[in-house]
Every structure is written in C-alpha cells, then in structure tokens.
Design a protein around this ligand. Sequence first.
Ligand code: CAA
Length: 258
Amino acid sequence: MSYEHIITEIRGPVGLIKFNRPKALNALCESLIKELDHALNGYEDNNAIGAIVITGSKEAFAAGADIKEMYDKTYMDVYLSNFITEGWERVSTCRKPVVAAVAGYALGGGCEIAMMCDIILADETAKFGQPEITIGAIPGAGGTQRLVRTIGKAKAMEMCLTGRMMDAEEAEYAGLVSRIVPADQLLDDAIKTAKKIASMSRPISMMAKEAVNRAYETTLSEGLLFERRAFHSLFATDDQKEGMKAFVEKRKPKFTNC
Ligand code: CAA
C-alpha cells in the first residue's frame, strides 16, 4: 500500500510514522487513519521492529479529526459505521511500545491518539487540548476517559468544558507528557528512546507494557496479581536467564527475544 497522508521510515529497530497533511495541520481524515492502521499492522508483524514512533510536523502533531469530512454526517452514518472506532483504536492495541513525539497542536483526536501512545515526548511548542466543545461536540476517541485517568478530573473537566489548551510545561507538570525536549532534538530523542526500548528483550518489554496498562483497567489487588504472575512467567524466558546472568557476570546482556 502506498501512503498519501503519512510517511513511514524504518530506522534500525524503530518503525517511524509521520502524519503528513501539512495543509490541514495533519487533521485525521479517514484515509489517514486507514494508512495509520495499515502501517501499525506492518510494524507489529515485522520481527525486526521493537518499538514505534508516531510524530507530526513542527506545526501540528494533529489538529483533530477532520471536521470538513465529519460536519455533515448523520446520526445513522456515525452510529452504523461505529465512527471513530475502526483504525482509531489501533494505536491503543499495539503490543509493541509506541512513543509519540509531539510538536505544535495535539488537539481533539490528535491529543487522543497521543494519549493512546505509551510515552509522550513534547517540544516547547506543543499544545494539547480537547476543543470539541467549541464546535458543538465532545471528544470521541477517548479524550474524556484517558485525560481523566492521566491528569485527573479537575484539569480534564476544564479542558473538555472550555476547550482550553495546555502548553508543554503544564502538560508535563500534569503528567500527560513524560519529558519536554528542545524542538530540534524532538524526533532524534523519540527515536533514541524507542531504540533504547527496542534494545531490551521484546517479550519482556511487551509484558511490562501490558502490566502498566493493566493499572488503568482493574483494581489494585487484581493488577498486583497480574503483575506478580507476569513476573513469575518471565522466569520461563531465555532473556530473564541471560539478563540476570549477565548482571552477575558483570557484562552486557545479549537478548534473543526468547
Ligand atoms: N479538520 C479539518 N481541517 C482542519 C482541522 C481539522 N480538525 N484543523 C485545521 N484544519 C485546516 C483548516 O481548515 C485550514 O485549512 P484551509 O487553509 O483550507 O482553510 C488549515 O488546516 C489551517 O488551519 P487554520 O487556518 O485554522 O490555522 P490556525 O493557525 O489559524 O489555527 C487551530 C490552528 C487552532 C489548530 C485551528 O485550525 C483549529 O481550531 N482547528 C480545529 C481544532 C479542533 O477543533 N479539533 C477537534 C476536531 S473534532 C475531533 O477531533 C473529535 C474527536 O474526538 C476524534
């Protein structure tokens, strides 16, 4: 499949996806979401890829779902097609870790896709928001739920009710962003972070991701049990043996993803 609205590039063990609709601030039209879905499936199936980076342009990670494509849809159009579901949720179901590198606007669906990623790195220009209320809508790709779980009800409610954007500093302070990186280093840093993740044991990093994500879905006691059992199960892997033996032998581990 050739892509029109995204650019993909493989950098060593990292699969990069760059949103590429410069004239529309990377608004997430249906064909872009289909391309994103396709690219993610490819990276998930590619054994040489250990982590994924999603980014946009200097101006925008993505300014939301494409309003021009959406504004005249009917209730039946959106209900029967389960609009903002197929493809949109693919980022959140990736088993390989995904890093978002955010510059400029990450609004509406753009903020929601960033939140589906596992780590968000931002530069000083990043602006996060759920401005749907200003166009007579509410978030439709998880904004009301993931924002509350990430930054708490007070800020999430204010953002969803007023459309106020958070700058990078506030987003980092609130816990939405893991780190702020100088603009000229954003992508390099995201790739470096993804490469670091990819240098670990593949099955163990997948288990770590699964266990952390479990914290959003379950009670503390069930989450702790899940973590404990995953921890027990990794003793059946070669990489646990190699990792711990290498520590004891004061050398770097050589993981084989087994
Ligand atoms: N959909 C479609 N086109 C968009 C867009 C969007 N979400 N955001 C920007 N664009 C287009 C503009 O229409 C404009 O195109 P034209 O030149 O053809 O008119 C181009 O991108 C540049 O945008 P602006 O001229 O508006 O640029 P600006 O610098 O003045 O403003 C902005 C930037 C504040 C981000 C403004 O574009 C904006 O408010 N965009 C919409 C943000 C928004 O409401 N997002 C939520 C969408 S709904 C959603 O995402 C639902 C969901 O939960 C999935």
